[in-house]
Design a protein around this ligand. Structure first.
Ligand code: COA
Length: 375
């Protein structure tokens, strides 16, 4: 068992406020009505395009999402605002994402039976940061009282498998490192375009966290052996957010400018991601000599229920049972990099020595798959 690297703790933070599809659509459609009335003359002469209404049935059927948890609901469902309404916290207060990451981190450490002194390295792995610096991970390090070091990384929705690779390599090569904590605090509603019919329904807010350590130090009775990690990136503009620090320099200061917020060509992403991810996982299983029949769990990025079903069928070469393919996006929406951790957290009851695939994918394109075996 020397030098086996295990995931021994998993924790989440789910914000208490809920917005269901009907409420979200009502707010969006009120905005559409107001817009179309305000610009009725321009629309009549073809100078502006009338906006189309959204539909709760479309959202559920196309994505599988029924409701989402958010950090602040009242601003999002106000048709005149359509974005969260937050107090601008002072630099001496804990930032929003640090609060989310800290809560998930504490839960992961609890599950692992560990404390802050057992963390030598803390990685924040998510798609969006509320500021470029100081690093969010260092803020959480300070709040937890960790003496090692911490840093932020971003590989969009695939960030967690990439962070697992870093954690794994560090634990193998740095014997002085007691354990690695990964946090993924996703505050997606802060940069979601709630005026965009194609994407206003997609995201929710949540955080996930994982603790990794060597088998020798494990004090947890719920552990997963990290067997094989595959990572891939291929450039694509199909999921994009240009809301970076050059906004002002390039004179794109309108906060509602579509390029300053999330946008995607969802149908193209759906088609292109499925072969990329399924091939990567099938190669991974072949490399390890693991038959599909031995894979008992597929924890996937939570973007689209139909996409996950298609992926799972390809990976397992059979129809997955609901237990084999845990879906949480119906109640949480797409929670970015945190999504696969939320699915993992709610579905860890595997038989000893069973295999599971932990896989995330998204913008970049990027994809990462971690083969796990229940200890
Ligand atoms: C985003 C997604 C749910 C959209 O579903 P889709 O079936 O591809 O939908 P489309 O955008 O092709 O639109 C289909 C139709 O629904 C309509 N539509 C789009 N949004 C709508 C809405 N909110 N309400 C009602 N109708 C809507 C479109 O106008 C289109 O109508 P048409 O056929 O008359 O032209 C889906 O493409 C998806 O989840 N893709 C994967 C995305 C992904 O994994 N991203 C990773 C990001 S982390």
């Amino acid at each position: 068992m020397t030098n086996q690297i295990l995931i021994t703790g998993c924790g989440t933070f789910i914000p208490p406020e809920v917005i269901d599809n009907e409420t979200l659509v009502k707010a969006y459609n009120a905005h559409v009505k107001e817009h179309n009335q305000e610009y009725s003359e321009e629309i009549a002469v073809g100078d502006k395009t009338a906006l189309k209404t959204s539909s709760a049935d479309f959202i559920k059927n196309a994505s599988g999402i029924e409701e989402r948890r958010v950090m602040e609901a009242s601003g999002i469902v106000d048709p005149r605002r359509l974005r969260p309404e937050l107090k601008d916290r002072n630099p001496d207060e804990l930032s929003y994402q640090a609060e989310m990451g800290l809560a998930a981190a504490k839960n992961a450490l609890n599950q692992a039976n560990k404390s802050a002194s057992d963390v030598g390295m803390l990685i924040s792995a998510c798609s969006n940061y509320e500021r470029p610096y100081p690093s969010l991970a260092i803020e959480v390090q300070e709040a937890l009282g960790i003496t090692g070091f911490a840093f932020d990384m971003n590989v969009a929705c695939s960030s967690v498998p990439f962070a697992i690779r870093l954690a794994y390599n560090s634990l193998i090569t740095q014997p002085e490192l007691p354990g690695v904590l990964i946090i993924s605090p996703e505050f997606y509603t802060g940069h979601l375009n709630f005026r965009d019919r194609d994407s206003h329904f997609i995201f929710g807010d949540a955080a996930g966290a994982l603790y990794l350590e060597r088998s020798e130090t494990s004090k947890s009775n719920n552990t997963f052996f990290v067997k094989n990690i595959q990572l891939q990136t291929h450039f694509s503009n199909n999921i994009r957010n240009d809301g970076g620090f050059l906004r002002q320099a390039v004179n794109r200061t309108d906060p509602w400018h579509p390029r300053n917020l999330f946008s995607q060509h969802g149908r193209a992403v759906f088609k292109e991601i499925i072969p990329l991810v399924s091939e990567m996982i099938l190669n991974q299983l072949e490399e390890e000599g693991i038959e599909n029949s031995s894979v008992k769990r597929v924890w996937l990025h939570q973007a689209n229920g139909k996409m996950n079903l298609l992926l799972a069928k390809k990976i397992l070469a059979r129809e997955p049972s609901p237990a084999e393919l845990p879906l949480v996006l119906n109640k949480y929406g797409n929670t970015g990099a945190a999504g696969v951790v939320l699915a993992f957290s709610e579905s860890q009851n595997l038989d000893q020595e069973s295999w599971g695939v932990f896989c995330a994918f998204g913008a970049g394109y990027s994809a990462g798959s971690v083969l796990l075996q229940k200890c």
